[in-house]
Ligand binder design. Structure first.
Ligand SMILES: [Zn+2]
Ligand SMILES: [Zn+2]
Length: 175
């Protein structure tokens, strides 16, 4: 997603509106884990404050995630505030400051910064819904879809065993 800064680079106007919508191949930017299901949209401004270009705005994206409990894929929408700084003057980058992006020519590619921001927002334990019941560890049934017999049986078996013990204790007492 390129921003053409020709206008704000060399005229009295120093701020420009940014209005981008683009289908992005995240894997091509080394973010293969971002499974984008819709074009990225970015609305904001870019301002020339020499020697920097300040980008400010809002990113909207849709991602397909995989639920960490039931392993079902689901869609999640993101809206993120973005603030970035760019420069075309290498000397303006403070040593070891990788927060400022360097660009050449008239276009700034803001895609890497947007994908990085999205990546940072990925949930550690994605859940298709807050109360996802997950998969039964015994039979593999998706407990959101159907009840399996495992848990119930286990409880019944334990109760049966306890009952047997009690019966035995009682009969022992009676003797
Ligand atoms: Zn789930
Ligand atoms: Zn089960």
């Amino acid at each position: 997603m390129l921003i053409d800064v020709t206008k704000i680079k060399s005229s009295a106007q120093t701020v420009d509106e940014v209005d981008l919508q683009e289908k992005v191949d995240a894997a091509a930017y080394d973010y293969a884990e971002l499974n984008l299901t819709a074009p990225l949209t970015f609305h904001g401004t870019i301002e020339n404050v020499p020697p920097y270009f300040h980008l400010k705005g809002e990113l909207a994206a849709s991602l397909e995630l995989v639920c960490s409990r039931c392993l079902a894929p689901y869609n999640l929408d993101f809206v993120l505030d973005i603030e970035e700084a760019y420069t075309n003057k290498p000397e303006a980058i403070i040593e070891e400051d990788d927060e400022i992006g360097l660009f050449e020519g008239d276009d700034i590619d803001i895609t890497p910064a947007l994908l990085k921001a999205l990546f940072m927002e990925l949930p550690m334990h994605p859940l298709c819904r807050p109360d996802c019941r997950g998969i039964c560890p015994d039979c593999g049934a998706d407990l959101n879809r159907r009840e399996c017999a495992c848990n119930k049986d286990n409880i019944d078996l334990r109760l049966e065993k306890l009952k047997g013990l009690f019966d035995k204790m009682n009969s022992d007492k009676e003797v």
